[in-house]
Design a protein around this ligand. Sequence first.
Ligand SMILES: [Cu+2]
Length: 384
Amino acid sequence: MMFGGFARRQMRSLFLLLAALSLPVFQPVMAQEPAPPVLAPPQPAITSEQDAVAANVADDTISAADAADASTLDVAPGSAAYTPLGPEWIKGAPEPGAMTFQPQYTEQGDYALWFHDAILLPLTVAICLLVLGLLLWVVARYNRRANAVPSKTSHNTLIEVIWTAVPVLILVAIAIPSITLLARQYETAPADSLTIKATGYQWYWGFTYPDNGGFEVIANMMDEGEALAQGSPPQLAVDNRMVVPAGEIIRIQTTGADVIHSFGIPSLWFKLDAVPGRINERTLLIEEPGIYYGQCYELCGSRHAYMPIAIEALPRPQFEAWVRAQGGTVGAAEAEAAAGAGTDPAAPVLPGLQEPESSVEGAPGAGAAPTTTTAPGTPAPAQN
Ligand SMILES: [Cu+2]
């Protein structure tokens, strides 16, 4: 009885101490949220038909039904009405001198950022301060001068119970949100969600759209001068962005064509290894239109640092206009027409065989040697 009451009082003071230590940490961290976007998209003046398409992107009030209508009314099949988003739409990008994570644009990213800011960081700081305080206390109170005759105590049940139970509670507090985040990241995509396959090549990315006719977009890093001229971040800007629809669940598959690469976008809380001979899969839901930059996150060879990723998220109608501009198809009817159906209605409609650029000998992107134009400051090795 006496021991129990004593233990409870001691535990309560320990928790009060922990809470007091973590309070000052909590406040500034929580005050940071929500993080502002890097650039607020402006409302552009509509001056031409192309601008009208771009301006439409800014309208985030567009409903799914409106978007579906617009896709059939405004954007004719084969239309080249797609206009790439300008630098004012850059949302997910690193900033010079910035600390902590980039602003997040997915639900999972928001959750993960909360987990870091509200749980992990305060716990870490509280534990560090507690250990530091205990060390200082021992140094001051139990040195030879202050405590000439040391105690011969070898066991203290109360303290042993505390230093076993408290770490267990801390681990449980971390494990619950951690496992929740892990499970959320690997939820299976709905059967009808759009699939996009990202293939890592030495040293560029290919994005295949199997649901849209199977075309592949090859993305190489943009030349530094060109990137600066158009207001894009050098070493992150690419010649062809990976265009995806915003506001809907998409299925991202990754694979490697040669060695292991890793497809990662910090502002979307997304990273997935691209392993040769294997398809990895994760869902992605980008909340709003914009440009989000990422990189290869697996050391994959000499030009590993020069294979950035730029994702351009667009509302459905603009995404479909882009697909058609690439020669792709949207929906089963178009795929059927493109496959030349009609000869045998019973024959299954199969998308065209995907032939990545790297499978064609001598193709420009097929493991081509680095060039000075794509690697600023890097000497070009000899052709092989
Ligand atoms: Cu790589």
